[in-house]
Ligand binder design. Structure first.
Ligand code: NAP
Length: 329
């Protein structure tokens, strides 16, 4: 099968399209023929070994000290079940599924085997493979943080980095919870975030949301420019900072400090479940949540996709079409 391998850490050019053996499913696994996958910010972090501050050693231990232990990157996929092991009863060949392999990666290829208890769910009937592939990275991250914050109807939620993969999902999911959303992004993305449900847009190049004399119940920071030291004065009492991107020191020290001020800092990895994937699929079917697609590339041009993600300016999700003729659904 075709696969893109990353055999050393470095710039996008370290990626190489190659032929590898097609995996065979074990008894408890399904073999998925991948039609579409994504290049997420996590893929570029691993490829470039670019860890958030303080996480360098931990990231090398997790993903490989001198080179990626799993050379095939890619955490999301949408495709068709090709074969199932003898103990798999929940899926059959021909089922259209999407999956989140998360840190197990391996989705930048034509096929991926996953255990039947991994994060795999049936594709929403109304989505093509490209949109289904982009449901889970931003979706599970936003869902996980918004749930931990117990966002309530009527609360005011500010999302810093609202036009990225996590931010575009968070706007839609926070709106669904009944929150009023303020989106922070550049002027070029104002129309996009408004169309997703943001009631108000702050252009970070013109205004600093921490200096407007206003407060929010929940602040989600996906950029790392709103650590607790900057966000706390504009968090209401009982407010929560969702530090999707935070350095290790902030993660360890600020939750206690925030508690003393009657606020909370929620940081650390997001946790997704199979139930979350089913929930995101239902929301997609109900028209509540639609992943935003920025650029699309064939697998052969994945280096260009990584270059675009490296800019830090992508809008929503970058899609990789693996099976050209079939990937439109
Ligand atoms: N904790 C976890 O478990 C977890 C899970 C997933 C992701 N993450 C982390 O979350 C971060 C965001 O991921 P992502 O997928 O959303 O990234 P992304 O899609 O690459 O985010 C790009 C967006 O960031 C915006 N942006 C850049 N600089 C900005 C600034 N100064 N202020 C406001 N917006 C700005 C850009 O908008 P403009 O072009 O308008 O500037 C662009 O649309 C990554 O660092 C990732 O590693 C953490």
């Amino acid at each position: 099968m075709k696969a893109v391998v990353c055999e050393r850490y470095g710039p996008p050019e370290v990626l190489r399209l190659t032929e590898t053996a097609t995996p065979q499913p074990r008894d408890n696994e399904l073999l998925i023929r991948i039609h579409a996958t994504t290049v997420t910010f996590a893929d570029r972090r691993i490829r470039a070994m670019d860890a958030p501050p303080g996480f360098g050693v931990l990231m090398r231990l997790a993903f490989g000290v001198s080179r990626p232990r799993q050379p095939v990157l890619g955490s999301e996929l949408a495709g068709v079940v090709d074969a199932v092991g003898s103990a798999v009863h929940a899926f059959r060949p021909g089922d259209r599924v999407f999956a989140f392999a998360d840190a197990r990666l391996g989705c930048h290829a034509e096929y991926r085997c996953l255990p039947d208890n991994a994060l795999v769910a049936r594709m929403p009937a109304n989505l093509d493979f490209a949109h289904a592939a982009a449901l889970s990275f931003g979706g599970t991250t936003a869902l996980s943080f918004l749930r931990r914050a117990k966002v309530r109807r009527g609360e005011q939620v500010l999302i810093n980095g609202a036009s990225g993969g996590v931010g575009t999902a968070a706007i839609q999911l926070a709106r669904h919870l009944g929150a009023e959303v303020t989106a922070v992004c550049s002027a070029a993305n104002a129309d996009l975030v408004s169309s997703l449900g943001a009631a108000r847009v702050i252009d970070y190049a013109r205004e600093d949301f921490t200096q407007l004399g206003e407060c929010w119940d929940v602040i989600m920071d996906t950029v790392g420019t709103a650590p607790y030291s900057r966000a706390s004065p504009v968090l209401r009492p009982g407010g929560r900072l969702l530090a999707v991107l935070a350095g290790l020191q902030d993660m360890l020290t600020t939750p206690l400090r925030a508690r003393l001020h009657g606020r909370r800092v929620i940081a650390g990895p997001a946790f997704g479940t199979t139930e979350d994937l089913r929930h995101l699929a239902q929301l997609a079917e109900a028209g509540v949540f639609l992943p935003v697609i920025d650029r699309e590339f064939p697998l052969e041009r994945i280096v260009e996709a990584h270059r675009h993600v490296d800019t830090g300016r992508k809008r929503g999700n970058v899609i990789i079409h693996v099976t050209d003729s079939l990937s439109q659904g």
